[in-house]
Design a binder for this molecule. Structure first.
Ligand code: DX5
Length: 223
């Protein structure tokens, strides 16, 4: 059965790139731009060479009324995910590369009360994600090497996005297809055209002179 999912694509600002001295102001700006979903990049300094946010940043975004995905770039996803479910993250995304038993972890996230996402790094083949297509609420294709914002978009990741969309349509599934890394005014259309319907952007939004205008411009390119 082939069913092309009809759903509005979402711009998902990453607070990793927000002014950490005024995250509240950054979130307010995103509300003004019409953003309803933000991403919290969680980094443990081990799975990726950077250290970032804990569950309290999910609590902050939830308090402001956002839909929140927590992207766990951590080596111990089974230990860490309950902290983010407790913080009421709507989607908790784990990395396939960090899981000892992917299906078990995905099922445990759902059982704990959140939707589950599965992410792959650039070097990981899309087959590692396709194998779990029926178990996920979101597939995340990293379009940079995870760890830092402001890197260059890897256009050669788009065949992975296309493969995920084909699988979703062929099987009548409804998982989100998210891309993360280097999404900006020059790259967002290619990612959207390939089939991404959740597009994470950090520096292109919060690094812009006017984040509200920057977010609105990107939203205008995915509808
Ligand atoms: C990488 C991070 C970044 C961030 C987005 O680990 O996940 O991709 O969210 O950063 P930009 O949009 O600046 O590449």
């Amino acid at each position: 059965m082939t069913m092309t999912l009809k759903r509005a694509a979402q711009l998902v600002p990453s607070i990793l790139s927000a002014d950490l001295g005024d995250i509240g102001g950054g979130l307010t700006a995103m509300k003004e731009a019409g953003v309803t979903w933000v991403s919290v990049d969680v980094m443990d300094g081990h799975f990726v060479p950077n250290l970032s946010f804990g569950p309290d940043f999910v609590r902050l975004a939830k308090r402001e009324g956002f839909f929140v995905d927590a992207h766990l770039m951590v080596s111990n996803p089974d230990t860490a995910f309950p902290w983010f479910v407790d913080a009421k993250a709507d989607i908790v995304t784990v990395h396939q590369e960090a899981c000892t038993d992917v299906s078990r972890t995905l099922a445990a996230i759902r059982k704990a009360g959140a939707k589950c996402g599965l992410a792959i790094k650039p070097k990981t083949p899309v087959e590692k994600l396709l194998a779990h297509a029926a178990e996920i609420d979101m597939a995340l294709v990293m379009t940079v090497e995870p760890g830092f914002g402001g890197q260059k978009f890897m256009a050669d990741m788009m065949p992975k996005v296309e493969a995920l969309r084909r699988e979703r349509d062929a099987k009548g599934l409804e998982f989100w297809i998210q891309v993360d890394g280097g999404i900006n005014r020059d790259t967002i259309a290619a990612a959207y055209k390939s089939g991404a319907d959740s597009l994470v952007a950090g520096n292109a939004v919060f690094g812009a002179p006017n984040p509200v205008d920057a977010a609105r411009e990107l939203i205008g390119k995915i509808g």
